[in-house]
Write a protein that binds this ligand. Structure first.
Ligand SMILES: Cc1cc2nc3c(=O)[nH]c(=O)nc-3n(C[C@H](O)[C@H](O)[C@H](O)COP(=O)(O)OP(=O)(O)OC[C@H]3O[C@@H](n4cnc5c(N)ncnc54)[C@H](O)[C@@H]3O)c2cc1C
Length: 334
């Protein structure tokens, strides 16, 4: 007997989109499996969530625990390994996880989110957690009473990060390569202007990370001097320079990618360009608003489309089965 697991709906990811998809899919009473190595996605590391309806001021980790508990209560299993590959296999798909597990699924929902952008400077990886961070909401409290911190980026996350850090560090440098802000919400820019200990450095990039193996990061070199200085002494550098959709599996499948945003292109049913493959959450171009609520809504919608595909494929399988002739079980006489 084959040890390849058979499911109706396979969901990759363990964030808001994946858990919402799992909840709806399980309630459609189709065999569902969630796969992913890391619990909670970006919401779980996003600190306090103040804009999820019905859950005011909840820690992102706790919110994701609630999502997961609701799915667990329906008996939906989770396999703690990332999805490595998906290939077409007859009327279904063969998925392989990083731990080698093979799964056949009629519908696959990709909810694998995005990867944070890095500066790609020497020592950046080595000093991550030792002066370099990619999540100001997670690590800002570590900079309480520190002399200075810097944030790189020019979107909402960078501005929010700088304002938050300013509550802890004495001075915060917000470093942006363009000459003005165009992306942050106006309300955030207003708060930024009112935050006196944030210094904004426009048309400037970080060109070098300063420090040593023993100390970790101690400073940064700038592409353009600020108040006559090429180097700034900082206790921490927060890279808030955006994120790129995780396209490894989408590219294997040849899914259509939005040429402008670089995200997986979906229609309003969260169908991708390949029948039977759905995408939800931050990975997609389904909405510009990348938030927990929109990811969850997309997960739920993708589950409906995935379920409808399961019904269609199963009904086609039944039609394709040869009808059993009356009396066929008896041994035929020659
Ligand atoms: C710092 C920060 C603060 C935020 N604050 C808020 C806020 O206050 N309110 C709000 O609404 N939104 C907030 N957001 C945005 C919100 O977190 C995201 O929009 C949301 O997490 C998107 O959900 P998702 O499920 O699409 O992706 P993610 O949450 O990124 O989840 C993707 C999941 O896929 C997994 N994965 C990756 N590769 C694979 C693979 N190959 N196989 C299987 N699984 C894989 C990941 O480990 C992860 O579990 C914040 C984001 C950040 C970064």
């Amino acid at each position: 007997m084959s040890d390849i697991k058979q499911v109706d709906v396979l969901i990759a990811g363990q964030g808001a989109a994946a858990f919402a998809a799992g909840l709806y899919s399980s309630r459609y009473q189709v065999e569902t499996l969630i796969v992913g190595e890391q619990f909670g996605g970006e919401t779980a590391i996003g600190g306090m969530i103040e804009n999820y309806p019905g859950q005011p001021d909840i820690d992102g980790f706790d919110l994701m625990m609630k999502f997961k508990e609701q799915v667990d209560n329906l008996g939906t299993p989770t396999a703690y390994s990332n999805l490595k590959s998906v290939t077409k296999n007859g009327d279904a798909f063969r998925a392989v996880l990083e731990d080698g597990t093979e799964i056949d699924a009629i519908s696959v929902i990709l909810a694998v989110g995005r990867e944070r952008r890095k500066l790609n400077l020497p020592n950046e990886e080595e000093w991550t957690g030792n002066g370099v961070s990619y999540c100001s909401t997670c690590d800002a409290p570590l900079y309480r009473n520190k002399a200075a911190a810097a944030v790189v980026g020019g979107g909402n996350a960078a501005v929010e990060g700088a304002v938050l850090l300013a509550k802890y560090a004495k001075v915060v440098y917000l470093i942006y390569r363009r000459e003005k802000f165009t992306r942050p919400e106006p309300i955030l820019l207003k708060v930024l202007q009112q935050t006196e200990n944030v210094k904004v450095l426009f048309s400037t990039e970080v060109t070098e990370l300063l420090g040593s193996e023993a100390t970790g990061l101690t400073g940064i070199r700038l592409s353009k001097p600020w108040e006559g200085q090429d180097d700034l002494t900082v206790d921490g550098l927060f890279v808030e320079a955006g994120a790129d959709p995780r396209l490894e599996v989408p590219n294997q499948l040849g899914l259509e990618i939005n040429p402008v945003s670089g995200e997986v292109h979906v229609d309003k049913g969260l169908n991708t360009s390949v029948e039977g493959i759905y995408a939800a959450g931050d990975l997609t171009d389904g909405t510009e608003l990348k938030q927990t609520i929109t990811a969850a809504a997309q997960g739920a919608t993708a589950a409906l489309s995935a379920y409808q595909n399961v019904l269609k494929v199963k009904s086609m399988r039944q039609t394709a089965e040869p009808a059993t002739p009356v009396g066929s079980s008896s041994v035929s006489a020659d």
